[in-house]
Design a protein around this ligand. Structure first.
Ligand SMILES: Nc1ncnc2c1ncn2[C@@H]1O[C@H](COP(=O)(O)OP(=O)(O)OP(=O)(O)O)[C@@H](O)[C@H]1O
Ligand SMILES: [Mg+2]
Length: 503
């Protein structure tokens, strides 16, 4: 390393007690905005700092800058950082740390690898993944800093392990992230007297404050005219992003609360499909042409008190809905067969949990294009949704938002569509409330709504036909489904019911 100059020494001395000065003058690549300075000063002055913030506020960047400042300002210091996944450790915080070191105006010294920066045998920063809390053991130094990025996704054993190494007087802890999960250690930190707490809303960030853009400007759509120059921090959260999210999510949604306002969403504050959108869908006439594509879906009752529901979609309209109480596999399979014979659907999605699998198998054996729908199965986009059902609801919600669904004035359906709530899991993925939870709130199982969601989420069934070798029927015979349903509904004798099913 080259010999430090007088100038450097002066800068490093001042930067030692002033992290913002360090970033702006020693690293010298950028300036910090005021909440970033507040965070850095808080780490300097407080044992524990907790930051809950909107997306794209510069959390990871300031965490990296604090790591660089803390490490280079304290001889024989140790920094231990972590995040929910090893990819996040490597690609987020440590990429910023490596960039800061590589681009620093004055050399910061030491050697770096992907997740380690070594200045001496007892002087280093290290990124650890959360797979093994044991790896966090045994680090001790007078000046030791722990950093947990995306802290809402890190489980308590890691928090405990992190706490165990922060024993010295000069120890510091920074926990920072998007407040997606209203439970767990990160959530608890904000009601703990041990933490200095910092909150960042999108409306506090420079791309808003520089132009005086407020929440009202987003609501009234006056934000655009206020942007009279370039953004100082083009990579941080922008008014355009917020305006779009507000349209997509609605202001009261957990997503908007967490990702834009930096607030922990209250559990179950929002339903997946806003009532206003469903009411719009009901106002539009349920029209379709006979040659519009037709689709069919079956939600099969799991428990005695639930309905089995068969729905038909033509074009963008829900054209038919049949409900069966206490139907067994055979009854439902036959009913589905008759309806399929009348409607000629392109595919028949069957919720295959429990006895639904039997219905799907029967239909396939009879040559109908039945497709398995596994509600708890993996989502097509598993990074965004915890399961298939959540994803289907989200995709359908988007179609309601864009006025792409017409439904009849069916209050049962409207009630069910707008009752089911959602929140986020620790990884920030959408998570729909289960049917059981809806029922526990005293509401009916949303079986009618699930059929609509299976029908409208997409035009392609995607799932592979399980028995694709079964030839599909060309000649759908016209069955007298109306007669059969009437007989079943009127609760005729077992014998007559069986006759009806053999129609
Ligand atoms: N003070 C700054 N000067 C210049 N660029 C910055 C500054 N702060 C952050 N950035 C850049 O802005 C972008 C977003 O910052 P960062 O990733 O730190 O935000 P975040 O709040 O962690 O985002 P996320 O919510 O996605 O985790 C990055 O490209 C980062 O390098
Ligand atoms: Mg980040």
């Amino acid at each position: 390393m080259s010999k430090p100059t007088r100038d450097m020494e002066r800068l490093f001395r001042r930067g030692k007690n002033d992290p913002a000065f360090f970033v702006e003058n020693v690293v010298g690549t950028t300036t910090l905005w005021h909440k970033q300075i507040e965070i850095a000063n808080s780490v300097r002055d407080n044992f524990r700092t907790a930051v809950r913030s909107c997306n794209g506020a510069g959390k990871t960047f300031i965490s990296a800058a604090i790591v660089a400042w803390f490490l280079t300002s304290h001889v024989n210091s140790i920094v231990i950082s972590t995040a929910p996944t090893s990819r996040q450790v490597r690609e987020l915080l440590w990429q910023e740390i490596n960039t800061i070191k590589a681009n620093s105006k004055y050399p910061l010294g030491g050697e770096t690898t992907l997740v380690q920066w070594t200045l001496g045998p007892k002087w280093f920063a290290l990124g650890l993944s959360t797979d093994d809390p044991n790896r966090f053991q045994g680090f001790h130094a007078e000046h030791i800093l722990g950093v947990i990025d995306e802290a809402a996704g890190v489980d308590s054993p890691i928090w405990e392990a992190m706490d165990a190494i922060l024993t010295s007087y000069g120890a510091r802890l920074l926990v920072i992230g998007n407040p997606t999960e209203p439970s767990g250690e990160f959530f608890n930190a904000f009601s703990s007297p041990l933490y200095n707490k910092i909150h960042i809303s999108a409306f506090d960030t420079p791309n808003f404050t520089d132009f005086g853009i407020t929440e009202e400007d987003i609501v009234n759509n006056t934000w655009q005219e206020k942007i009279t120059g370039n953004f100082r921090y083009p990579a941080l959260i922008t008014p355009k992003w917020v305006a779009e999210r507000r349209m997509e999510w609605g202001e009261d949604s957990p997503a908007y609360q967490a990702r834009v306002k930096g607030n922990f969403p209250l559990i179950g504050t929002d339903t997946m499909i806003p009532l206003g959108w469903v009411l719009r869908a009901k106002e539009r006439p349920c029209v379709y042409n006979d040659d519009d594509d037709c689709y069919m879906a079956i939600d099969v009752a799991r428990y005695g008190d639930d309905d089995s529901v068969i729905g038909i979609r033509r074009g963008n309209s829900l054209s038919r809905k049949e409900v069966f109480h206490h139907a067994d596999v055979h009854t439902l399979s036959k009913a589905a067969k008759f309806i399929a014979d009348e409607e000629h659907p392109k595919w028949i999605k069957v919720d295959v949990v429990g006895i639904g699998a039997g219905v799907a198998d029967n239909l396939r054996a009879w040559g109908y294009p039945a497709v398995d729908y596994v509600a708890q199965g993996r989502a097509w986009n598993a990074d965004k949704f915890v399961n298939r059902r959540t994803e289907s609801w989200y995709l359908t919600r988007e179609k309601f938002r864009k006025d792409l669904i017409n439904i009849p004035p069916d209050d049962v359906l409207i009630g069910q569509l707008t009752a089911t709530k959602y929140d986020f899991d620790v990884a920030g993925r959408y998570r729909l409330e289960s049917k059981d939870k809806v029922k526990a709130r005293g509401l009916p199982s949303p079986d009618h709504a699930d059929v609509v969601v299976m029908l409208f989420e997409a035009e392609d069934a995607y799932e592979s036909f399980v028995h694709s070798d079964v030839p599909l029927r060309e000649d759908f015979p016209k069955g007298s489904v109306g007669d059969m349903l009437r007989i079943l509904e009127e609760g005729e004798s077992e014998e007559v019911r069986w006759q009806a099913l053999r129609l």
